[in-house]
Design a protein. Structure first.
Length: 290
């Protein structure tokens, strides 16, 4: 894992856009996992500017992390609408290569299965970009006693609905109560993971200072799992396919790291392996079986 400290949120966005642009330049057919929310908006603006300068999206494939249940692609609060506004309508990516979950699907479990199959058919995610929700969620994987591995239906916590109220006229009551989200197993199978942590979102999420607090944020409620009586190592390093994990944070979010940059091997030494070896409860073992 590599942690890059940036002076401010704009620098985080610029460096994130650079990482995406470098990947698309080297591998034009890269498969990207994309986030929504407030944190990545500037990153998308930077990517649009780079497209105007020649960055080509025509062979790329994208999969979004999540979508609300009960609203369609034409709803202004949907993540379909968000992505069209901030990226897809401004770059040359073919609509057929853009993938989002359908919150109006008649069978939501089947929709989740379809999405998992589509990711596999695309060859898996080359780069998954993440943000941190105000309550520490990743995608819409909410803090809970257990983590769901695959794409699934989730009931949103009040903090998540409040955090998305800005996209629904400022009223959390207008935010759908449920969503579909990639699971943590799906996310962590990406060959590279890029986490954007800025003061915009992480302030409310920091519950424990330093490295332990950081671990608790990256995988929602992981601290409870780590400290619980029945935790078990379920996912070997090899199952991550050699994934690399890069964290970009601004200096205002540095409390996540105890006020200093972490050496690359710091978490390896503490966890007996890469951070995302995933210590999960026993009932999640089947989801990660070969």
């Amino acid at each position: 894992m590599i942690v890059s400290l940036c002076p401010n949120a704009d620098a985080v966005s610029e460096l994130a856009a650079t990482r995406v642009a470098d990947l698309l330049t080297a591998h034009p057919a890269a498969v990207l996992g994309l986030p929504t929310g407030r944190t990545p908006i500037q990153m998308y603006a930077d990517l649009v500017a780079r497209h105007a300068g020649g960055l080509d999206f025509s062979s790329a494939t994208t999969f979004n992390l999540d979508e609300f249940v009960g609203i369609g692609a034409d709803h202004p609060g949907s993540y379909h609408a968000y992505m069209a506004e901030h990226l897809f309508s401004q770059v040359n990516i073919p609509p057929a290569r853009v993938h989002l979950l359908d919150g109006l699907a008649a069978d939501l479990e089947a929709e989740c299965d379809r999405y998992e199959a589509a990711i596999l058919d695309a060859g898996g995610l080359d780069l998954q970009i993440l943000g941190i929700g105000s309550n520490g969620h990743i995608g819409f994987n909410e803090p809970a006693e257990g983590l769901t591995a695959r794409t699934h239906r989730v009931t949103l916590l009040p903090a998540s609905r409040e955090g998305n109220a800005v996209f629904f006229g400022g009223d959390a009551a207008n935010v759908p109560a449920e969503a579909l989200s990639m699971g943590m197993g799906t996310i962590l199978k990406a060959r590279r993971v890029l986490l954007l942590a800025t003061s915009l979102m992480v302030g409310a999420a920091v519950s424990v200072a330093g490295l332990v607090g950081f671990v608790g944020l990256i995988i929602p409620h992981l601290l409870r799992l780590l400290l619980g009586p029945d935790h078990r190592l379920l996912l070997p390093t090899a199952a991550l396919g050699g994934a690399t994990f890069l964290v970009l944070c601004d200096t205002a979010a540095r409390t996540l790291f105890g006020g200093r940059e972490l050496p690359v091997g710091a978490i390896t030494a503490l966890a007996g392996g890469p951070l995302f070896l995933l210590l999960l409860r026993r009932q999640h073992q089947r989801a990660f079986a070969p």
